[in-house]
Design a protein. Structure first.
Length: 149
């Protein structure tokens, strides 16, 4: 039975990931995290982790209208300026990003990335755009751990 379930999950994930990602969200705090990818074919890969227990949550493929809405948001986001600044993360255990694919590459539009060598340093990305707020609202409908600063 476990083999059958594993095969089913692998098949679902491979079908979802057959297209390139348009949106990628990842947010981690202490022992919990949320991960979401929305692919150009409307497929969604959604994973949650709590206390080292990972689970993949099956999601319904997005409609053409929903995908057009996301693509319009990404076009609007591509016209805006992304602000980045170095930060001292200190004891803050939260980190993660919201990224979109624009002009063939993934852009970090919101979030915190810690330095891999010095965990007390990092970079914060932020964009003051209505389209980013709309995209975050859509992503947060799915995720358990929402981005917080």
């Amino acid at each position: 039975m476990k083999l059958l379930v594993s095969l089913f999950v692998a098949l679902c994930v491979s079908n979802v990931m057959a297209a390139a990602p348009l949106v990628q969200y990842s947010w981690h705090e202490n022992e919990k995290s949320s991960f979401l990818m929305i692919f150009e074919n409307g497929g969604i890969l959604h994973q949650e982790k709590a206390h080292y227990q990972n689970k993949t949550i099956p999601e319904t493929k997005l409609s053409v209208e929903e995908m057009n809405f996301i693509k319009d948001l990404i076009l609007k986001i591509g016209e805006e300026k992304i602000f980045s600044s170095p930060i001292e993360v200190g004891q803050n255990m939260q980190q993660g990003t919201l990224m979109v694919r624009s002009l063939g590459k993934m852009l970090v539009i919101e979030g915190v990335i810690k330095d891999s060598i010095d965990n007390s340093q990092g970079i914060m990305y932020h964009m003051d755009a209505r389209a980013v707020a709309e995209l975050k609202k859509l992503v947060f409908k799915y995720t358990e751990i929402d981005m917080q600063f």
